[in-house]
Write a protein that binds this ligand. Structure first.
Ligand code: AHR
Length: 311
């Protein structure tokens, strides 16, 4: 009949793909690459998504521009892995005016009005910092050095990012309970291996004795390890190496005897974001804040864990 031949109206159905605009920080670390793979691997056409991916090259201004592009393209959902915590009010106000839901992933944002985003999923970076110190002090005790005067150097991540803010505070608060531990050097290595190496070289030239290095991600630790080896120091022996992320290469480094511990930061957010986006599009209420579970991996666990490590 004529009625059967009439095409269905172009309203949204459950089968219609969800268009997601994702503004990613960049490709600064193994962690970030794994995070991008998780997002791209999950937000596929087969899974009901149409993904528009924008790499911000570690610059918030590029993220703001990307979000504006997503708004003008009328995407269904905006996903942001923010470089820094502050500076989001204006552009998120524009997304809200356009009635586009926003999922924040990995790092957090600092806004006075939390209706500017729908939900957040990521890591408890402060807890990671505390966990690193708990492991470190236990380890130094086990070596019989727990009461020595110990000098700590810290390679920080991107200043103003949640990962840097949380880990810096967690480490400081943890160490504050042990008056024999002193942070003698602290500088950003921007979460990259090259910068981690460069800053470690300058730490070594400073003449300060370094007993412990806390690198706020594995890639900076890899750079620092190279800098130590270049001056004839044995990483993990002459200088205890504490790191974050627990990517595959960190396990290899621990097996090679060059790193002592890596505190996990889980990058596999793709499936979580997919589920949240689908729920939001169905009009369901989602949890506002969701932390992911994370562990602590000392060197003596590395050989056992590496074969099953997903990133
Ligand atoms: O925000 C997560 C952090 O960002 C990871 O620790 C680091 O490797 C990445 O660059």
């Amino acid at each position: 009949t004529a009625q059967e031949e009439t095409p269905a109206p172009a309203t949204e159905t459950e089968d219609e793909p969800i268009t997601i605009g994702f503004s990613q920080v960049g490709a600064e670390s193994d962690w970030r690459v794994a995070n991008t793979e998780s997002m791209k691997g999950t937000l596929t056409q087969e899974n009901g998504f149409n993904l528009i991916f924008a790499d911000a090259q570690q610059k918030q201004e590029n993220q703001i521009k990307a979000v504006r592009d997503f708004i003008s393209q009328e995407v269904d959902v905006i996903v942001i892995a923010p470089v820094t915590e502050t500076g989001w009010e204006t552009v998120l106000g524009e997304a809200k005016d356009a009635e586009i839901p926003v999922i924040i992933v990995d790092r957090m944002i600092d806004v006075s009005d939390d209706s500017l985003y729908t939900c957040w999923v990521g890591s408890d970076f402060y807890q990671e910092g505390l966990d690193a110190v708990t492991w470190l002090t236990g380890y130094m005790d086990s070596l019989g050095k727990g009461s020595d005067a110990l000098n700590v150097a810290v390679l920080q991540g991107t200043i103003g990012s949640s990962a840097e803010i949380g880990r810096t505070k967690g480490v400081r608060d943890g160490l504050a309970k042990h008056s024999n531990y002193q942070i003698v050097l602290e500088q950003t290595g921007e979460f990259t291996q090259a910068k981690g190496q460069e800053v470690m070289e300058s730490f070594l030239k400073s003449g300060e004795r370094i007993d412990i290095l806390i690198a706020q991600n594995d890639n900076m630790a890899f750079g620092a390890i190279d800098a130590l080896k270049a001056v004839g120091k044995k990483p993990a022996e002459d200088v205890v190496i504490v790191s974050f992320d627990a990517v595959k290469a960190a396990f290899e480094s621990m097996i090679a005897g060059e790193m002592n511990v890596s505190v996990e930061c889980n990058p596999l957010h793709g499936p979580r974001v997919a589920e949240l986006a689908k729920a939001i599009m169905k009009g369901e209420t989602v949890e506002k804040i969701q932390y992911v579970d994370e562990g602590v991996y000392p060197a003596d666990t590395a050989a056992q864990i590496l074969p099953e490590r997903a990133y």
